[in-house]
Design a protein around this ligand. Sequence first.
Ligand code: GCV
Length: 672
Amino acid sequence: MNEFEKCWLNYNRADIVPEYIKQIDTVICESNSHIAENAVNEVCIAMKDIYGIEINRASSDKTNGSIILKIFDENDQKYAGTFTPDKEGYVIYFVKENNNIIVASASDAGVLYGVFRLFRELIIHGMSEDMLICENPQIPFRMINHWDNMAGDIERGYSGNSFFYDDYKIIIDDRTKMYARLMSSVGINAITINNVNVHKIETELITDTYLSEVKQISDIFNSYGIKLYLSINFAAPMELSDIDNCDPLNEDVVAWWEKATAHIYEIIPNFGGFLVKADSEGRPGPFTYGRTHAEGANMLARVIKPYGGIVVWRCFVYNCRQDWRDRKTDRARAGYDNFAGLDGQFEDNVILQIKNGPMDFQIREPVSPLFGGLKATNIFLEFQIAQEYTGQQIDICYLVPMWKEVLDFNTYATETATVKNIVSGKEYGNAVCGIAGVTNTGNDSNWTGHDFSAANLYGFARLCFNPELSSEEIAKEWAAITYKDDLVRKNVYEIIIDSRSTYEKYTSPLGIGWMVNPNSHYGPFVDGYEYDRWGTYHRADRNGIGQDRTVKYGTGYTAQYNEPWATRYENVETTPEELLLFFHYTKYDYVLSTGKTLIQHIYDTHFEGVDEINVMIDKWKEVKGLVDDKIYERVYERMNRQLYNATEWCDRVNTYFYRMSGISDEKGRTIY
Ligand code: GCV
């Protein structure tokens, strides 16, 4: 087993123990469920690690000096005012007369979340006598997707290997539990443990070959309030039986799934459900049989419904065998073209999982128009916490600001249909909706490769719990619970807070995307995908650059948006400038709102991006000696790799466009 650290649960020892904490010597909890036991354990761990105080569990007749974990009742209501916690919400308050701290919820899972919240609060803000924290999670399903393969590698994994699998075997050890603690501490309630690209071997995860071990992981997850889900292979009946097709309307296929599903629930009664990538990047799916994705998803949904399971069906369906000469086929259109017409046709336990943008997790994309096209369908929003196209956990890129933009985007399906209102269920009144994140974890000792990438994992979960939190609040919170020293907290905050903008500056400009090395997706290669089949073109020539996605001259993509977006994106003047090249082919001498030409903007931002990395490195150097040397060195090493990468991007992009356009940098800087 690789060594592992505790990330944001590495509670730093407080220098001073407050009086009210010194009075506490017991934890009281009436429930004996596994989740409640873990809540009690978390109180004991935190009291010991943060304050050096060993406490014990006491019976409920002890009247003072306790942290009391309980099911919410009328007594708590007196303190909570008009607020009532739901099953995953909590109320936390302090009763000065007897020095008790109360954590109350409608369920043990909510109590556990409340315990984690309590200690976060104590570390960051301390406690006032009138402390009252009332919170319900805003998003029902808060899901993590692993792209871990049973061989032990992770698709787009940048933090070592899988901690779930090694050499086709399932690993269950202390790290599994630590992982469940970490996820639970920030309110994650659903996890898929295998890649959406389900190879032959992972197809067997739903069979007796692996089910008893999957159950062990599920039990650990359950004891922290998390349900386990599996990615499945739509062609499993073909892979695992004699049936020669996987047509969702074939009775034999349906019967096969019924039997397989019944068996899964026999072994794992609390199993969450299936995640499916079908007809996507070579994966099997219903299209082969002339069936729609509604027919495919509904077949599985009907099979799993009696057990309370759900089917999460991904909308990442597009033609990945395009011809670069063809200017009409547009990958950005594919999600909407394939799914918008199916609105209202899905079973109520099907959820469509939609990537935040219409392409593929680029540093800048518009919000997928599909969010505004589906009004009668359950939706999960999919983010990529793993930094596939955003620096691969070598480059610092705090993604929360980007995710906030997506959540706040108003689709104008109705006046109030922001993405966050849709995925929280507020907009259309459905309870089966949420956010899923492709995780950035692996078996590296610090879990996320770059220490600062933990801010993305943490921030993702915090946003799922409360999408109203600001990027700044989340970054400060994460820095405060991760680091002890004030200067470290401050400098780390300053390093990460604008890092998304820095990354954008030195990579692909104004929403055009890609320009990366094929396959690895790290480092610059402007024409890397330009003549390839993936449908990801920048179309640069000697006069300008950009994809024309207008109705008038281009692919017609802009029409997939509700008004006023359709008109705004159709016209160059009203297109948000940061997305200019996503929507319009634009000449190099086009003048932006800053007064700069497009080409000068490209030159300036690329040089600025590199300068900003140098500033980040200086800020990190200031904290040498204030963080553990091992941490200092591993962060410093990655920052230098980022500087190299940024310089390479800057020089290659600037040189490419200088050679293309023949226009010099007006500031006369070196372009090769
Ligand atoms: C799991 C991108 C990635 C693939 C990934 C795919 C997906 O294309 O490069 O590695 O496959 O997205 O989301 O299914």
